[in-house]
Design a protein around this ligand. Sequence first.
Ligand SMILES: *[C@@H]1O[C@H](CO)[C@@H](O)[C@H](O)[C@H]1NC(C)=O
Ligand SMILES: *[C@@H]1O[C@H](CO)[C@@H](O)[C@H](O)[C@H]1NC(C)=O
Length: 192
Amino acid sequence: MAGIFLLLLLAVTSQTSPAAGETPPTFLKSVKPNPMSHLTEKLSHFRFYWHDVASGPTPSVINIVKPPSTNKTVPSPTMFGAVNMIDDALTEGPEPGSKLLGRAQGFYGIASQEEVGLLMAMNFVLLTGKYNGSTLTILGRNPVFEKVREMPVVGGSGVFRFARGYVQASTHTFDGKTGDAVVEYNVYVLHY
Ligand SMILES: *[C@@H]1O[C@H](CO)[C@@H](O)[C@H](O)[C@H]1NC(C)=O
Ligand SMILES: *[C@@H]1O[C@H](CO)[C@@H](O)[C@H](O)[C@H]1NC(C)=O
């Protein structure tokens, strides 16, 4: 009876631990104690105004890929395939001279053939107080003519290590002539 038990135990342990004589991997270690285990995750809400400035001598958005034509006769009405690179100011209020809190750096592409639906890939780098230098990464779908667009926060750095959450974006102003836009971003993020 005890012999069978010992055999079973050997069978199980031999599958989970390295065989005798085998050296443990040098490239992998679990971090003990986990430095996050005594911290509590908190939910923070930030509100930023995102300034996409296409006009003037120093635009913060530039077109880097022209929309390729999917129909040789007519260009796509949504500009499907176009890509813009951004380094947009994130401010406290909607006015252009409002206090700078950070920047939104990344790009967005027109990813829908039916509407102006963007794929956004950007880092919010904060420039203020204890958040200075920390980043949040936003990756999501932005159908710009909808009132509120929700996109995931997929991670972060600095004080935002292990961050997760979402943003809600709503257009504050859009100038159809220049392409300039101010968008309110409400960021809800769980972090330590
Ligand atoms: C391209 O657009 C033209 C004009 O609307 C249309 O007549 C044609 O059928 C389209 N071609 C394709 C391949 O969709
Ligand atoms: C943020 O960090 C940068 C680089 O370390 C520094 O130059 C700048 O003065 C800091 N800004 C604030 C508001 O602390």
